[in-house]
Design a protein around this ligand. Sequence first.
Ligand code: 5GP
Ligand code: MN
Length: 360
Amino acid sequence: MLSSVLDPQIVAQAEALLRQTQKPVIFTHIAPDGDAMGSSLAMYHWLCKGEWRMANSESSKSVTVVVPNAYPDFLAWMPGAESIVVFEGNEEQASRIIAEADLHICLDFNDPKRIGPVGEKLLLNPCPKILVDHHLNPVSFATVAISHPEASSTCELVYRLMADIQKSQTDELCLTNAIATCLYTGLMTDTGNFSYNSNNPDLYEMIAGLLRAGVNKDEIYNAVFNQWSPDRLRLTGYCLYRKMRLFPEHHLAVIALSHAELKEFHFKSGDTEGIVNLPLQIRDVYYSILLREEPAKPGTTHPRIKFSFRSQGDRPVNVYASEVFRGGGHMNASGGELYGSLQSAMNRLLATYPKYLKKE
Ligand code: 5GP
Ligand code: MN
């Protein structure tokens, strides 16, 4: 039995909105990861006719998942991915769908700013909004907010929501293989294949439920983690061999990648995913930071420097990310950005890390 975590009143409010909706749109964050894609596609399959296992909900729903920009190739196999509307490049079609929706479901982000220009379109439509998310400090914009920063993943919360709603109908959670596969993917990726944020025994009860629904966990692992291009593996090697700088006093490792370097390795979205975690394998390294330069967008003058922060144990990086790099995130995994040269971003980091990162 799962312990009950979600507030029953909030679940009832979400359930009422999910029952009524005819034209929901599901949103998730920029650069969608396994949890973003997994929670969105699980919700998509759950709401689509035939997969919605609640009484009195037989009417057909027209469900759309909108993502701000392209999802990485290593998630393209996910069931339903082909039906996703990518906003970047399809602005007109996506804007129309967002404007015509009667319900917005926001998954794995808690601030409209985290979905870029899609956020503005979302706020233009006054329809009700359900938020399901596990990031700290949610911005208040949703009608119904299921916000649990202690949860491993948004997929965990979506699983709990489905289980709580179905509990009133039947003792058994009915998950199709597609829903279960999507949920498992998010649980697996947001916990580093169950190596962090994964001490809650409930997670393993959920996994048992997903396996009973027919999930092939070994196949999912292979599909997500073992499909690298040779360039991606070489880029990773280059980062570790040539680019990693160590600051032993603060237990810190830093890797900075210029756009020119990324081009050399034919960088594609998702290729740097996970690189920031690798230095944490070194004894006595507890903080790791990756900087990645993106060229200036047409009409703008400065390149964007994307920061990724990782840490171990009781060493928060989200305060550093939000106070210095206009970002945020979880205690041990955060992100941020600066506009300017890679060198100036590096200078800012060098000038500030001693204040924010612990020596012990
Ligand atoms: P990543 O390093 O994988 O891009 O991001 C790690 C975590 O930090 C993610 O959970 C993400 O939600 C959060 N994050 C990344 N970039 C930003 C940002 O610019 N602003 C905020 N608030 N959070 C971010
Ligand atoms: Mn997540």
